[in-house]
Design a protein around this ligand. Sequence first.
Ligand SMILES: *C/C=C(C)/C=C/C=C(C)/C=C/C1=C(C)CCCC1(C)C
Length: 245
Amino acid sequence: MHQNLLGVLPIATDNYVAFTFFVGTMAMMAASVFFFFELSNVEKKWRTSILVSGLITFIAAVHYYYMRGYNLDTGESPIFFRYVDWILTVPLMCVEFYLITKKAGAKMGLLWKLIFASVVMLVTGYIGEAVYGKETQSWIWGLVSGIAYFYIVYLVWFGDVAKLAMNAGPAVTKAVKTLGWFVLVGWAIYPVGYIAGTAGGLFGFRVFEGLSMDIVYNIGDAVNKIGFGLVIYSLAQTDKPTAIA
Ligand SMILES: *C/C=C(C)/C=C/C=C(C)/C=C/C1=C(C)CCCC1(C)C
């Protein structure tokens, strides 16, 4: 490929993978600016949560900038930096659950359960991709990762997170419900990418072939990181002390 005068590789018009990395970088940057600037417009008690939303998209923006270049230069999937991003941002999403249910009595133990499950989910997913990605047995690692994922879904829908959210006031109850949908549906985008991009597919059967793993992951990240942050932002906007009429 030819470099232009600035020494920059242009994105070929049919290179959709590179395009989604580029758009992902912009979206994460824009979302971070938004969350950081809105910090001064929300109630004090929600500031840490909004700050964490901004940190999640900011960490992703830095990784996307890197992954965009890596993919453009090599044409390959930036597996390592993808997982570095996730191992930092997914635990921060667990921190969000902890922070918004804290006033209803969430304990550190709950935070550690969520973080432990996400680390198991991501480490097994990484091994499945980076070590066994071209072998049929990659599905086994995906399955173990999936079990940890369903444990997180369980905690948010029926476990401690759900129980605490019910006693935390209507605004928090509603926000946790919406975040629960993000975890159940939004996060389910990722195993689709894994199945499409690894040799083991689904229990050894190839499905979603031809689908680009990176495009699926990039869409998943935009939906989940920015969407998650906006749910918290809208919670902070609704849960204000009621004005005296
Ligand atoms: C911001 C990044 C987020 C929210 C990343 C979430 C990632 C997952 C929920 C990944 C899940 C996986 C499985 C459930 C099975 C296959 C392997 C993974 C790691 C792709």
